[in-house]
Design a protein around this ligand. Structure first.
Ligand code: GRF
Length: 216
């Protein structure tokens, strides 16, 4: 399956997907990475890996519609079949989202539907929840909403700071995103009534939620 990755910053999830796609047995390849921020450090990650890269600076467009139209054309020209948002910090128009319906994924560093939006780890610690994690879901018009494909859960430690929690969650994201993309690329994650059904390989029954050992 041909992937188009949208990112805005550090690009560590882009890096995780690049690494996954380097395995000849992985059922997807990155045909383009698009970054809206010319100063993003993740640009170097794409360049180093030799991934086709386009910088489409949203500031050079007069409206969200024209920016999203440029994204859409670039993705289509590259032959993209599945769009993967990986730390993409722009709100997409309803038109863009509906034209990639069930063909666009996002990763979010919480156990959705809890803690949508920004400053997740601060809010997790303030709320005092004992378990946090990350989710990969199909994109819908509302931010961080849509059918959930896979989640990872990790314990929140008593002495966690937003930074320490973010670091542990991010390490899990790097396993979760390639796993979720694999499920979609192999046709094993199917949307049925706004829930995702995982089918096929019986081993995959346990895949949508994985809980790493304590302390990881
Ligand atoms: C990740 O935590 C992801 O879940 C969120 O934005 C962050 C992006 O990190 N959507 P990176 O740019 O992939 O390192």
């Amino acid at each position: 399956m041909k992937l188009g990755i949208l990112f805005s910053g550090r690009g560590s999830n882009l890096g995780a997907l690049i690494d996954a796609c380097a395995d000849p047995d992985y059922p997807a390849e990155i045909v383009i990475a698009i970054c809206n921020n010319p100063n993003a450090s993740g640009i170097a990650t794409a360049e180093k890996a030799g991934i086709p890269l386009q910088i489409i600076n949203h500031r050079e467009f007069e409206s969200r519609d024209t920016f999203d139209a440029a994204l859409d054309v670039t993705l289509k020209e590259a032959g993209v079949e599945l769009v993967c948002n990986a730390g993409f910090m722009r709100i997409l128009t309803d038109g863009f989202v509906s034209s990639w319906h069930n063909r666009q994924l996002n990763i979010h560093p919480s156990l959705l539907p809890a803690f949508k939006g920004l400053h997740v780890h601060e809010r997790v610690l303030t709320a005092g929840v004992r378990i946090s994690g990350a989710s990969v879901h199909f994109v819908r018009a509302e931010m961080d909403e849509g059918p959930i494909i896979a989640q990872v859960a990790i314990p929140v430690e008593l002495d966690d700071t937003p930074e320490s929690l973010a670091e542990r969650v991010l390490a899990c994201e790097h396993e979760l995103y390639p796993m979720a993309v694999r499920l979609v690329a192999e046709g094993k994650a199917r949307v049925q009534g706004e829930r995702v059904i995982i089918e096929g390989d019986p081993d995959m029954k346990a895949a949508p939620l994985f809980i790493p050992p304590l302390g990881k």
